[in-house]
Design a protein around this ligand. Structure first.
Ligand code: TRP
Length: 331
């Protein structure tokens, strides 16, 4: 059995990029009977950037419902809120004492975010990768499916785990980061050289998985391409067209080559419309399920509670093993 661990922050909306780059991949991993999958809503990470309490609360519930609606099955996987399992914050403190300030200072995301939120460069922002290491290491994780931007954080989690193991023996499993093959990176529809991001000020640049069909079609029709006419997959020279092809391939569950063949003799307009239609089609059952689930708070909370209990059972073991090795007096 392989343990797979991943998490997503419940901030803002869930974009098509989050779905294709992360959650769809989780779904595939969950389907493999050799995997034991654990998925968290990384809500403790979210407060490293100031949140409006009511919006934060709503987003967290909404993301939890979305995960279930997108096919993450609480009967097959552990699906829980990070903040419901105290061991995350606890292990994070312990790991802090095995992490160097210089290491955290060098993290690309920390440097980016301190620039973006220059008025709130709090300790949590700097400590973010240590909390993430705690998430992963608590569960004896073998593999962590993530996007490119998170690979550096997996590397540091490995470094910290190896450092601890070097001092105390085998405490932690050394995790491996794994990237999705197709669609690990979905680009902005307006600027296909940058990643699709919910924090982009132009809402035409991203698709929310909860957008209605008319909005989705409008956004795809206005997607930026290039001044040529040929439809081929060439991310370097044709980033806009290639991004549409990637999205279409995922939405139709085909390879990019197959998708390109379907467009022999057709024009960019066709590609945009078909991609929009395929995305509407792909998201439709999920949206229906979401609308049902979000009204059933009792059920969502029941799943969250069970998820937290299952997660806690594993996490407490790891935490105690580490505390014992450090030499803490136990009751
Ligand atoms: N930092 C990740 C992101 O923003 C989310 C995350 C938190 C995570 N803890 C994790 C991802 C543990 C993988 C494993 O995308």
């Amino acid at each position: 059995m392989k343990t797979i661990y991943s998490a997503i922050q419940p901030s803002g909306i869930m974009t098509l990029g989050n779905y294709i780059g992360a959650v769809d991949n989780w779904h595939r991993m969950q389907a493999d009977a050799n995997n034991k999958c654990i998925f968290a809503l990384a809500d403790l990470h979210t407060i490293t950037v100031r949140q409006d309490p009511q919006k934060f609360h709503e987003n967290a519930m909404s993301f939890y419902a979305l995960l279930l609606a997108l096919g993450i099955d609480p009967k097959k996987s552990i699906v829980y809120f990070q903040s419901h399992v105290q061991e995350h914050a606890y292990l994070s403190w312990l790991l802090n004492c095995y992490t160097m300030v210089g290491e955290m200072n060098r993290m690309t995301q920390f440097k980016d975010k301190s620039q973006k939120h220059a008025d709130n460069v709090n300790m949590g922002l700097m400590d973010y990768p240590v909390l993430m290491a705690a998430d992963i290491l608590l569960y004896n994780t073998d593999e962590v499916p993530v996007g490119y931007d998170q690979l550096q954080h997996i590397e540091i989690a490995r470094d910290i785990a190896e450092r601890v193991n070097g001092i105390y023996g085998d405490i932690f499993t050394i995790p491996k980061g794994v990237l999705t093959k197709v669609g690990a990176k979905v680009m902005s529809l307006q600027d296909p050289l940058s990643k699709m991001s919910k924090s982009d000020p132009n809402p035409k640049s991203y698709i929310s998985v909860l957008d209605d069909d008319a909005t989705i079609m409008k956004k795809f029709k206005s997607a930026v391409t290039d001044s040529e006419t040929e439809i081929r997959f060439d991310p370097e020279n044709k980033p806009g067209v290639s991004n549409l092809l990637t999205i279409l391939a995922v939405a139709q569950n085909k390879s990019i080559d197959e998708v390109v063949k379907d467009f022999d003799g057709l024009m960019y307009g066709h590609l945009k419309v078909r991609t929009g239609e395929a995305v509407c089609e792909m998201l439709k059952p999920m949206k229906e399920e979401y609308n049902r689930l979000i009204k059933d708070e009792a059920y969502l909370m029941k799943c969250a509670k069970e998820g937290a209990e299952q997660a806690h059972d594993i996490a407490i073991d790891t935490l105690n093993r580490f505390k014992k090795a450090i030499g803490f007096v136990t009751l």
